[in-house]
Design a protein around this ligand. Structure first.
Ligand SMILES: C[S@@+](CC[C@H](N)C(=O)[O-])C[C@H]1O[C@@H](n2cnc3c(N)ncnc32)[C@H](O)[C@@H]1O
Ligand code: SF4
Ligand code: SF4
Length: 377
């Protein structure tokens, strides 16, 4: 009984966190709160599931434009920024950009492959102590699997050394891992390894085969990494067990937000005429929070509706505020539940949209809500 009350209490607190979003959504008043910015298309890695290496660096935004963009986002009410890429730490003015962003009083996250971190100076670690979170991509606790997926024979050793240094310096690290058929059997090992490294949180992201880089053809090798229906069903079972393991060793994670839909997810990584549209299969009342609350800008200044979709506009020669207007029509349609065909690519955003949708329409999604509460709390 005590356990059930504990769950209800945690759930109520969770709802409270979303209450502001729900009220604002109902009245059509959601505001942007976060800027996701790819500060460079350059990368020092060669991951088998990522098209970044096909991008042209000559199109990247100038340093001064990036700075102005961050200020414009702040003026629009954004409170946090995430630097991604390419690899943010190969960007020639990364430290200036970190200083600038923190100087504006914004929260800063960085997503990195972690390859350069083990070699950072004391001074650089002191700067990183001021950022909110650093997400480090790690695909497996097994060096060989990580190296194969990330495309370098010493990448595991370098990235793990970087993580250890960050933990030693008390910098907030979150491990990020892409789930594919190459590593799904070993998520437990990765959770245990996360705990052993002293990292308190891991986030999983199911592989997507789509790319939002219009100039680059998607990597066909990704097709071979998609889980079969049988493997997806196994993954779902494994994830349920992993949630218990993670709880036992005190590693926070996003598995409860993924479990309810993961078995269906991989079936829709290619258009699936037999089953219909992915966006209509996620949840009966699926809603999108992302397009209303987050701003996504690619390294060339492309303004994206979300992390997965192609750019609608470009901020290179235009203010961010002006450029965001290009999304108005799409936002109106999505709010009415009329998702454009491309929303069938919805992937890394499903976890947050899913939770929001459950809380927004609890009756319609009662079955999923129960499953979510069971695993989340
Ligand atoms: C594009 S990377 C840029 C930041 C940095 N270079 C890194 O690897 O962490 C941002 C995140 O996208 C993830 N990612 C890249 N390709 C993906 C795919 N096909 N499916 C799912 N996640 C992917 C990466 O693992 C990483 O966590
Ligand atoms: S996932 Fe990150 S590290 Fe890997 S190729 Fe893409 S941008 Fe580079
Ligand atoms: S793909 Fe998903 S996150 Fe992106 S706009 Fe469509 S519903 Fe929203």
């Amino acid at each position: 009984m005590k356990k059930i009350f504990g769950k209800i209490k945690k759930f109520s607190l969770g709802i409270f966190k979303y209450l502001g979003f729900i009220i604002s959504y109902r009245f059509g008043k959601l505001k942007y709160n976060h800027l996701f910015l790819n500060i460079t298309s350059l990368c020092n890695s060669n991951c088998v599931f990522c098209e970044v290496k096909g991008l042209s660096h000559k199109d990247d935004l100038e340093f001064e434009r990036i700075k102005k963009l961050i200020k414009e986002a702040k003026d629009l009410g954004v409170r946090g920024v995430t630097f991604s890429g390419g690899e943010p730490f190969v960007y020639y003015k990364i430290w200036d950009l970190i200083d600038y962003t923190l100087g504006l009083g914004l929260d800063l996250n960085i997503t990195s492959n972690g390859l350069l971190i083990y070699n950072f100076s004391e001074e650089q670690f002191n700067v990183l102590k001021k950022i909110k979170n650093i997400f480090i991509s790690l695909e497996s606790a097994d060096a060989e699997t990580h190296n194969q997926l990330r495309g370098g024979s010493d990448f595991f050793q370098k990235t793990v050394s970087g993580i250890k240094k960050l933990v030693e310096k008390n910098i907030n690290v979150i491990i990020a891992s892409v789930i594919s058929n190459k590593n799904y059997l070993k998520i437990d090992d990765l959770i245990k390894f996360t705990g052993e490294l002293g990292v308190r949180e891991i986030v999983f992201q199911p592989l997507h085969i789509w790319t939002n880089y219009d100039s680059v053809e998607y990597l066909k090798s990704k097709d071979q990494m998609v889980l079969s229906p049988k493997e997806s069903a196994d993954l779902k079972k494994k994830m349920k067990a992993s949630i218990k393991l993670a709880e036992k060793i005190g590693v926070k994670n996003n598995l409860a937000n993924i479990v309810p839909w993961i078995d269906k997810y991989f079936e829709f990584q290619k258009p699936n005429p037999e089953k219909g549209r992915w966006i209509k299969n996620i949840l009966p009342g699926y809603k999108c929070l992302e397009i209303f609350t987050k701003i996504f800008v690619g390294s060339d200044g492309g303004l994206l509706p979300c992390a997965m979709l192609s750019p609608r506009d470009n901020v290179k020669d235009k203010s961010l505020e002006q450029s965001l207007k290009s999304l108005n029509e799409m936002k109106r349609e999505i709010r009415k539940g009329r998702f454009p065909a491309e929303c069938d690519k919805c992937s890394c955003q499903v976890a947050s949209n899913f939770t929001f949708s459950l809380i927004l329409s609890p009756i319609k999604n009662f079955r999923y809500l129960l499953e979510f509460i069971k695993y989340k709390f």
